[in-house]
Design a protein around this ligand. Sequence first.
Ligand SMILES: [Zn+2]
Length: 167
Amino acid sequence: MAKTTINHSCGHSQVVELYGSLADRERKIKWLEREGLCSACYKAAKDQERIEESAKAAEANKADYLPALEGTPKQIAWAEQIRAKVMPQIDGMVGKGLQKISEQGTPEGSEWQIEAITKWHDQIRARNQAAWWIERRDCSAQELLTRHLKAHYSDQLAARNMRAEVA
Ligand SMILES: [Zn+2]
């Protein structure tokens, strides 16, 4: 390894530690000087990227008539992205699911499902706590619905022995 001062493309110089053969290190130095950013500029660029992505997500959510989020600016920025990703999945799943139930479901079995899913859909679209979305950042649309049905409709699920899956 060798410590080398790099004059990055952003105009800042920084001492970096390089590993590998001399040829490898020279290649790396060339790249860092031509295209690389110093740590501070790299972080600033990444932050800017995140701000732009979040702004785009917020715009999409607004266009989708979702409510404004509550939380710290950082939480809101994160939650907007989570919501923008999962909400189209939720809308699609609900649409398909309701259609499937009304086509195949027995009248008495399908009624509560249609009601449960419709109600859940309204509720989740109205969720405006950024923290709520962040807690569920790894959940798919299906997981969110399944969790809800298990929590609130366990009796009906057991009675009908129906699968919570609708997608
Ligand atoms: Zn820099």
